[in-house]
Design a protein around this ligand. Structure first.
Ligand code: DGY
Length: 322
């Protein structure tokens, strides 16, 4: 009898995806709520036929080189900037991700941040809980009206378009910048620098790549309107966080809403944690029961397909199939 393939799963996953995996493979799940340290990750993957990993796991060229049996890398995320895809491709290893299923949940969270930053929700809640609410006040906690405001969507892929649909419902004017094909997208396409000058709210929905890393730095923040808001539900490394902390402290822009940071979590003492008018969340864009359950199931489907010798249903490096 041929031995069952060994799959290392780097964290407990929601739903019954791992039960399904265990019907076809020897599944080893890293216990606890924290990612395996890099050395532990490398030593577990070294003997595995496949790894099901998260955006917190660095799957680099050295780790791949040290895993001679590895036949599948399956990320429980749509983003895959944690994986050296070129190194995997060079070895003929398919890399899977989970596109589509988290589009609506992530767009919802982007809008939650837009509303929270525009209407100063966190600040208002702290005001009540701190016992400072004395009376209705015509000057209290005035924020930005979304109706009629211009939203600047950076990256008009699936999530960008889902944000645009919500923005249309709020009566906002839509402008966007996109490197890819944006056929049929709503709103006016423009270069990033024009978008930064035009938008009341700039919201990031591009993948993290060499081109997008650090794309919002001091120059870009200073190009935005002083009353504008920056929203990031994509990847923290797209924004120069030190520049953002200064932008908020010195009033170059009016506020920000971040679901992502670099690194995650934001280290204690980082100036960002003390910046005013900032709503900061712990990377929960896709965190609904339905979406996370589906992401785990898709990651297992990708993994099992590769182990059977079939094409991964969602493969980011289809070149491996020739
Ligand atoms: C992703 O999938 O890339 C998100 O950041 C986490 O859901």
């Amino acid at each position: 009898m041929t031995p069952r393939p060994r799959v290392f799963v780097t964290r407990t996953l929601p739903g019954d995806a791992v039960d399904e995996l265990a019907r076809h493979a020897e599944a080893e799940v890293w216990p606890g709520g924290l990612p395996p340290p890099y050395d532990a990750l490398a030593s577990h993957v070294a003997g595995a036929d496949a790894v099901i990993c998260l955006l917190t796991d660095r799957i680099d060229a050295a780790l791949i080189a040290g895993a001679p049996r590895l036949r599948a890398i399956s990320n429980v995320a749509v983003g895959y900037d944690n994986i050296d895809v070129a190194a995997a491709t060079a070895r003929g290893i398919p890399v899977g991700n989970t596109p589509g299923v988290l589009t609506e949940a992530t767009a919802d969270l982007a809008f939650a941040l837009i509303l929270a930053a525009a209407r100063r929700i966190s600040e208002a809640e702290r005001y009540v809980r701190d016992g400072r609410w004395r009376t209705w006040d015509p000057n209290l906690l005035l924020g930005m009206e979304l109706h009629g405001a211009t939203i600047g969507i950076v990256g008009m892929g699936k999530i960008g378009r889902a944000v645009a649909r919500r923005a249309a419902g709020f009566g906002m004017r839509i402008v966007y910048a996109s490197r890819g094909d944006a056929e049929g997208a709503p709103g006016a396409r423009m270069p990033l620098d024009a978008l930064l000058r035009a938008a009341d709210i700039v919201t990031l929905h591009a993948p993290l790549t060499d081109e997008t890393r650090g794309m919002i730095g001091e120059h870009e923040l200073r190009s935005m309107k002083p009353a504008a808001l920056l929203i990031n539900t994509a990847r923290g490394a797209m924004v120069d966080q030190a520049a953002l902390a200064r932008a908020l402290n010195e009033g170059w822009i009016a506020g920000a809403g971040l679901d992502v940071a670099d690194p995650e979590p934001v280290p204690a003492g980082d100036p960002l944690l003390a910046a005013p008018n900032l709503v900061l969340l712990p990377h929960i864009g896709s965190a609904t029961v339905a979406t996370r359950t589906r992401m785990a199931a898709m990651a297992v489907e990708n993994c099992l397909a590769a182990l059977r010798g079939d094409r991964m249903p969602h493969c980011v490096n289809p070149r491996v199939y020739g």
